[in-house]
Ligand binder design. Structure first.
Ligand SMILES: C[S@@+](CC[C@H](N)C(=O)[O-])C[C@H]1O[C@@H](n2cnc3c(N)ncnc32)[C@H](O)[C@@H]1O
Length: 354
């Protein structure tokens, strides 16, 4: 895989690179039909309002669809677009916004995606919100499920669920050990013919489309790096298991995975660990700077961590691999090559979000 992109990455490994900029511009630089999987979590409607002024739901949908159209043209024919949307309430009232469902319908009707499957991410560690409706007035239960739409460019995206089998339950393990003791083949009332094959060991259980993943990972090196650099950890990080599930199911080694709202670049870290090529696009330099800490193999001195953050945020294009082999303070002369992504330099990256 030799994806070509004009901008240079803020940092890179031999598998991928993180870019500072507006992902609409960065996506436009990618060749059409070159990406296997785009997996991402956009700023949610409410957060976006907080951060960027009072966009109403209609504007949010139009804004998001610009990205969705670009993603569609950059995906390979058997590629997938997995996008996580948190639910939201309408302003000032305990009634839900339908924005995540409206976006789904528009991506299918207007952009041309297919809905391969709808997933629901249940985060048991999510804190109750909004406080007004849940804790104070006790009118609504806590909202702990995000919708995760798995969209595809054709009806037949690449996928292999044997890569994401779940561990068998204890009951199932016993059944596999001694099927005759636990089960008599019969036709269920539902019409399913549960024969002897039901007790066969397939290496794990078929997972459901409800993914139970707590968002309680420690993110050790990332968070300690943030502390040293004097920045806050990203407030809306994916748990690694979420991108891991889709990367394993929807791509093969050396495929290209892109996150267009990369934040702390959980996706890039998982893609790297899974042997996939990756690109991470993120508008805010501070988030990209801190995300570089994820790729260090071990803790560096505070000076080296601060220097790394500074170099990445200033658009220097840092080779992270060099941190794995060199001693910590001798890290300035490593910007010559961009690894397998073969990116051509075009001056400093750094398109900012307006
Ligand atoms: C919900 S966060 C993603 C968090 C990420 N999944 C993680 O694990 O850290 C969304 C991110 O999108 C970024 N963003 C917003 N608009 C953008 C744009 N036009 N181009 C690139 N990134 C953008 C925000 O700065 C924010 O960090």
């Amino acid at each position: 895989m030799m994806s070509r992109i004009r901008s240079k990455p803020a940092y890179f490994t031999c598998r991928g690179g993180a870019f500072i900029g507006d992902s609409r511009e960065l996506l436009s630089e990618l060749p059409d039909e070159s990406v296997n999987l785009v997996i991402t979590s956009p700023p949610f409607a409410l957060q976006r309002q907080k951060a960027y002024g009072n966009l109403d739901q209609h504007e949010y949908l139009a804004w998001f669809l610009e990205f969705a159209k670009l993603v569609h043209s950059k995906l390979r024919k058997d590629g997938s677009f997995v996008v996580d949307f948190g639910g939201a309430y309408m302003k000032g009232v305990p009634a839900r916004s339908l924005y995540n469902f409206r976006i789904l319908i528009r991506m299918v009707d207007e952009v041309g995606f297919f809905l391969a499957e709808d997933f629901y991410w249940f985060n048991p560690s999510k804190l109750p919100s909004p406080i007004e409706w849940v804790n104070k007035r006790k009118l609504r239960v806590k909202d702990s499920v995000n919708t995760v739409w798995w969209l595809s460019k054709s009806e037949w995206p690449k996928s292999d669920i044997t890569k994401v089998l779940a561990p068998y339950s204890d009951r199932m393990k016993k059944l596999i050990e001694d099927p005759d003791k636990f089960y008599k083949p019969k036709v269920r009332p539902s019409g399913h013919d549960i024969g002897k094959g039901f007790g066969k060991d397939n290496g794990g259980a078929i997972p459901p489309n409800l993914l139970q993943i707590p968002n309680s990972e420690s993110n050790g090196l990332y968070l300690s790096g943030c502390k040293v650099a004097g920045v806050k950890g990203h407030p809306a990080r994916f748990p690694a298991k979420l991108p891991e599930f889709f990367i394993r199911m929807l791509t093969e080694p050396n495929d290209l995975v892109v996150d267009i709202f990369a934040g702390s670049n959980t996706t890039g870290q998982v893609a790297e660990a899974e042997g996939r090529d990756w690109m991470a696009f993120e508008a805010l330099p501070e988030y990209v700077g801190a995300s570089a800490f994820r790729f260090l193999e071990r803790e560096q001195s505070p000076e080296a961590m601060k220097l790394l953050f500074k170099r990445v945020t200033s658009g220097e294009s840092v080779n992270i691999e060099a941190y794995h082999t060199q001693s910590t303070l001798d890290l300035r002369e490593d910007t010559a090559s961009y690894g397998p992504l073969t990116m051509r330099s075009s001056g400093p990256a750094g398109t900012r979000l307006e």
